[in-house]
Design a protein around this ligand. Structure first.
Ligand code: NAP
Length: 269
């Protein structure tokens, strides 16, 4: 399938690590140019150098997305570099565990880390996206649907992202801008691996989570999230908008009494 992304420009937040890195690499594999915004520099600069050596453009933009001026500068730098934005991928976020007991100021700061920059990036990129009849892809989380406990700021942010997806799809349909969200649940990334490694028995901890994932009893790969993001950005997805796509092996919605471990009900008996 030719996705028609050759020469297109994707602006990706948090495109240096984890799911974002897979998204960056997948756009580049399809011949697109990438602008990648991150706070940290090492991985983003390494990606830029790796692809420059292959004759491809993966512009690294250092910035902290909790600062609105950095969001605006990221959009402007992308336009200065490439002259257009065809896809905006709002991906950067952190499950920061800001809970009911942490108070309103901590809650607001969590929204700054996880929600406000999604809005700001779209706001600043709007004219460019109108010119390109572009696409917006947001990365949300299953936590918006399931809750997690102890993470009010993150849950509110991801719920907000899902809500804004519908809102923007309506807002922007007349401009032929499509807006979709991709929802990971349990996706294997270096950060996730590091968290599991902190448990007393990492192998058992991993198996315990995998047992809850109906399809294949395994984590989703970052590549599987990236493939959906890149498809939704493409010309092969021109009539899909306002949708919330769960790429999670059935984790969020399938009935656990038929799928999980020792509690599994076997209807064949
Ligand atoms: P990750 O490995 O921590 O990567 C996040 C990236 O975003 C990093 O490159 C980080 O870089 C960047 N970033 C974060 N905050 C930033 C800020 N304020 N300004 C600039 N860059 C920032 O996380 P991930 O697991 O790939 O998660 C990516 C997205 O998927 C997030 O929205 C997350 O909520 C969602 N998600 C992931 C899972 C999962 O299982 N992995 C599940 C549900 C949802 P620096 O910190 O170096 O700047």
């Amino acid at each position: 399938m030719d996705l028609g992304l050759d020469g297109k420009v994707a602006l990706i937040t948090g495109g240096s690590k984890g799911i974002g890195e897979a998204i960056t690499r997948t756009f580049l594999a399809e011949g697109a140019h990438v602008a990648n915004v991150n706070r940290s520099t090492t991985e983003g600069e390494a990606l830029a150098a790796e692809y420059a050596a292959k004759g491809q453009r993966c512009k690294f933009i250092q910035g902290d997305l909790t600062r609105m001026e950095d969001c605006q500068r990221a959009v402007q730098t992308t336009l200065d570099e490439f002259g257009q934005i065809d896809t905006l991928v709002n991906n950067a976020g952190v499950n920061d565990g800001v809970s009911l007991t942490d108070g309103p100021q901590a809650f607001l700061e969590s929204l700054q880390r996880n929600l406000v920059h999604y809005y700001a990036m779209v706001h600043y990129a709007l004219d460019a996206l109108k010119s390109s009849s572009g696409a917006i892809i947001n990365i949300s989380s299953k936590v918006a649907a399931t809750g997690q406990g102890g993470t009010s700021g993150y849950a509110a942010s991801k719920g907000g992202i899902n809500g804004m997806t519908r809102e923007w799809a309506l807002d922007l349909a007349a401009d032929n801008i499509r807006v979709n969200t991709v929802v990971p649940a349990e996706t294997w990334t270096p950060l996730y691996a590091a968290l599991i490694d902190q448990s007393s028995d990492p192998t058992a901890a991993r198996r315990q989570i995998e047992d809850l994932i109906p399809l294949g009893k395994r984590f989703t790969t970052a590549q599987e999230i990236a493939d959906m993001v890149v498809f939704l950005s493409s010309q092969r997805s021109l009539h899909t908008t306002g949708q919330i796509h769960y790429v999670d092996g059935g984790y969020t919605h399938l009935d656990r009494k038929y799928t999980s471990g020792s509690n599994r009900i076997d209807l064949s008996k």
